[in-house]
Ligand binder design. Structure first.
Ligand code: NAD
Length: 350
């Protein structure tokens, strides 16, 4: 069975699906595109896609069975619902919607018309994230209690709609959604508290944000998404009872450092160090720690489409379940609420 994809919105991301995310020769084809911008349609046509300048004609087309919605964020809800009602499966770019209530509407229609609905959470298959997931699940760090996940650029926010609140712009709905979704896949425990600061440093939308999540199992997690950071901190810092994992950058340079002795030397001679008179905070002597390489992982964005094809064929469950996306959307809603009310949202279970 061949899966044929038609895109609504043939901008930067839909082109990325065309170019490198859809696996070539594996039974998934990109066949058509609808866009309100004629220049993008001309480009799609040059690439061999059938261009549509009219949404209704596009949705009635037999050229494809699945619609990829890759338009600015505020248009996702209506377009997903229209595509589902036209009898198509739907893959929506992230963030699925502007809030959880909108997403619930799409999920309800998807169930009613019995068509698949999923969201392109490609960053579940990022190498850095897969390394962290494997290290944690293999117990390399002992009992994990603190996770810091950061993406930090210094380029500001690209494009027009990403800088516009009404279009669903801002970093919480952009990268905040990715990093929250990753943490919810990593930590198998309900979120009990959400705190968010959404700073608008250079734009009218949130461009430098910080989120703190507390999980029922005791893990505290911090997310930073910065667009005005010239000296980045590590991409990941994960602390467990037996070791610390650090991934410095997108190239996945980093390591795991674990204690190699049960107890360090606390004697007075041992406190002579650059940190002054502290035994607690002096650097660990090298002989008392061991360094491990980061685990090897398979990480491939194309797996998204491989799984989607299998799900359409009834051979697998969707990797990105709508209910998982809804959980992420509920946490994002609470981030907006926390920032608005300038307080943490506690006593929850999500
Ligand atoms: P873009 O501005 O480059 O492209 C959007 C396209 O949609 C444009 O060609 C525009 O003309 C078209 N468009 C706008 N409104 C439309 C409408 N009502 N009907 C049809 N076409 C319409 O934006 P982009 O960077 O491609 O982002 C699109 C979506 O992809 C966003 O939701 C974004 O968050 C998501 N995205 C996801 C990732 C990821 O890693 N998963 C990365 C980038 C973007």
């Amino acid at each position: 069975m061949n899966i044929n994809i038609g895109a609504i919105g043939f901008g930067w991301m839909a082109y990325d699906h065309f170019k490198k995310i859809i696996p070539k020769g594996e039974g998934v084809s990109f066949t058509a595109a609808y866009d309100i911008d004629s220049a993008r349609l001309e480009f799609a046509q040059e690439l061999g896609l059938k261009p549509y300048g009219n949404l209704q004609k596009f949705l009635q087309s037999e050229d494809f069975d699945t619609v990829l919605v890759a338009t600015p964020n505020d248009s996702h809800k209506n377009l997903c619902i229209e595509a589902l009602r036209a009898g198509k499966h739907v893959i929506c770019e992230k963030p699925a919607t502007l809030n959880a209530a909108e997403l619930e509407e799409i999920i309800a229609v998807s169930k009613e018309v019995q068509k698949l609905f999923t969201v392109h959470h490609n960053r579940r298959r990022d190498r850095d994230f897969c390394i962290v997931k494997k290290a944690v699940s293999d117990g390399l760090l002992g009992k994990v209690f603190s996770i810091e996940s950061r993406v930090q650029g210094a380029n500001g926010i690209p494009g027009d709609w990403r800088r516009c609140k009404e279009s669903g712009g801002g970093m919480l709905l952009d990268w905040g959604v990715h990093l929250t979704d990753q943490l919810l896949r990593l930590i198998d425990s309900p979120v009990t508290s959400v705190y968010a600061r959404l700073n608008c440093v250079n734009y009218t939308v949130d461009d430098n944000i910080k989120i703190l999540l507390q999980f029922e199992n005791g893990i505290s997690a911090q997310i930073d998404v910065m667009t005005a950071c010239f000296l980045p901190l590590p991409r990941w810092q994960v602390l467990g009872s037996e070791g610390t994992l650090q991934i410095k950058n997108w190239e996945c340079e980093g390591s795991i450092v674990r204690g190699a002795v049960d107890e360090v030397d606390w004697s007075l001679e041992a406190i002579k160090n650059a940190a002054g008179s502290t035994r607690t905070m002096r650097p660990r002597p090298k002989s008392t720690v061991e360094s491990l390489p980061l685990p090897e992982v398979d990480a491939d964005w194309q797996d998204f489409y491989r799984n989607f094809k299998q799900a359409v064929e009834g051979k697998a469950k969707l990797n990105v379940q709508p209910e998982q996306v809804l959980r992420t959307a509920k946490v994002i809603d609470l981030c907006f609420q926390s920032a608005r009310e300038a307080k943490s949202i506690d006593h929850i279970s999500i």
